[in-house]
Design a protein around this ligand. Sequence first.
Ligand SMILES: *Cc1c(COP(=O)(O)O)cnc(C)c1O
Length: 398
Amino acid sequence: MEKLAIFGGKPVRENKIFYGHQTVLEDDVKAVTEVLTSDYLTCGPKVSELEKKLAEYCEAKYAVSVSNGTAALHCACLAAGIGPGDEVITTPLTFAASANCVLYVGGTPVFADINPKTYNIDPESIRAHITDKTKAVIAVDFTGQCIEFEKIRAICDEYNLILIEDAAHSIGSLYNGKKVGSLADMTCFSFHPVKNITCGEGGAITTNNEEFHKKLVLAHTHGITHDESLMEEAPHEGSWYYEQISLGFNYRLTDIQAAFLISQLNKLDSFKEKRKAIVKKYNEAFKSIPEIIIQEEIPESDSCRHLYIIRLSLDKLNCTRREFFDAMSAENIQCQVHYVPTYFFPYYKHLGYSEGLCPNAEEVYRGILSIPLYPTLTDKDTDDVIEAVRKITDYYRK
Ligand SMILES: *Cc1c(COP(=O)(O)O)cnc(C)c1O
């Protein structure tokens, strides 16, 4: 048996690769530098252009750009009118922001369990957690795979709930041929460097609902409006006049970032092809390793995958997830775990949540790790990842 790098053997590769990495090309650099010497660094024409292009790409009526994905979720909760006494159902297997945004507005996150095969929120568990206080559902397209939209939409319609899609992972994905961003009441995106496209930090919300759009616009810029039709007082004071009509935040994106993101958006479909090809190659390779469980996808989802997660059958291996993770790292494949269930965190425990709430999410969490997935991985890189997984499973096989 081959000696693992962690025990002094030769690593499968010399330089480290990470689970995710941004793809920034010459045209992105050009787009950004052009804005730097223009009249507007923020609140200028690039932001409007981006919002138009993003809405077009997502086949949505409106898009509002914001400073990050967390701000997008916060604005969506504000626009949905979530407040103290309201419950919002979400998944625990996600980044903390999916639930934190509910706390920002004084609401109560309620955790529904996941489907143990797809890792996405289970529609039947959503139904089981509905009370007369439930106001909204925040469903996450985990790893980039679309939620079971039709089932969740039907449940939301039945109970009159607002459906917010956390699409931080899934820009570029399609559900039954329809773009993510065109489906839910509001869809929230993140443009952090590890996500499918980036502008450093950035986010957006798309919607087809005019009322939500108005509220999102106000929420992301202080609750201030220049639109006379929205003003309550003295609309004829003068052209300089504006009014603050609600309490909003400064969550604006800059023109520098908007130009960067327009340039990235132009490349999204080509990034998607590369991500899909890598997912296919990994799936093929891991099918023949019985200790590795592959994430299942619903046929409705044509996924622009942000993450590739392998799940270890720990009962078939003589190692812990941590030992496997550290062994991968020693082979120079730097993995990550997505995610620690939100309610495992001390902050949530202090709020009264406790382990045991979502058994499927907890069980899946114990065995997962995310391996490298991004468009600039070479064939050699993905071969190395597969070889490292094989080498380590061979070593620890019971
Ligand atoms: C990244 C992420 C966010 C937050 O986005 P930021 O741009 O980092 O604020 C929210 N939800 C999920 C599922 C994410 O992965």
